[in-house]
Design a protein around this ligand. Sequence first.
Ligand SMILES: [Zn+2]
Ligand SMILES: [Zn+2]
Length: 279
Amino acid sequence: MPSDTSGFFISDGKCKRCGKPFYEVSVATAIAALMIGYLMITFFFNLLYISEEPWVKDIFGDYIPLGLEYIALSVILLIVMAPVMGAGIIPALKKRHSSAYGYACAECQKVLAQEAQDAAIKQKQSEEANAYAYMSRVEGLENGDPWLGKLIRSWKQDNPNKLPEESMINDLVMAKNMEKAGNFEKAAVIMEKYRFWEEAGRMRRLDDQKVIKHITVDMNELIDQVGTKGLAIPYKCSSCGASITIDKDSKKEGLKFCSYCGTAYNIDDMTKMIQSALE
Ligand SMILES: [Zn+2]
Ligand SMILES: [Zn+2]
């Protein structure tokens, strides 16, 4: 395993593709490790030596220099060598193998470059295919859906030679679905976002109609429920103070305007009042 010989100094002392170690980086790292190891041993046993351990000279006298000055010397060399090797020489050797694709041997750099080129071509082809598919989708909507077609054509008139963004097309399809679902307000907001003012207005009018219809239906149901429960609910005109009674005989038409002063009743309030009486 190359990483065993390179030690903690380098994690990228080998080719990222084939895993082959960079020879001179491994050698430099091994030399650095040996030298630093040797200096540390020199330092350590000299400490023992000056604290008068007699066996040190017997065992290590032939291998390391002994004497007070070697303590200082080994420390100085360590301080100088560690950065020179660790931050200078070894990184410089590694750098010769660095490429746009990471640390790799010369052969693998060629392969990686080719792979990157192929990927770029593939990417471009798929982008072109996507763009074409998108263009077809827009065309399909433009020709296949009268409402969307009208909006897209009017947008194209304001933005000649351009294609609407995909987010806009998605929004328009959403607006169409919201209209179908009766959520006219949401559809109107989308129409405003793309400055289709008239369509926004049409959606809002649909929304108003929906509210009126909604309340009318509710009021009939509420009168039915009032009748079923046998309730008689007093309601006071907020304008003139005249009272009417809402019971099984009430007609929804009669609950729209005060018959004394002609003011339109607040249907919302009236609905809420009846609902709370029914609870
Ligand atoms: Zn390689
Ligand atoms: Zn009144």
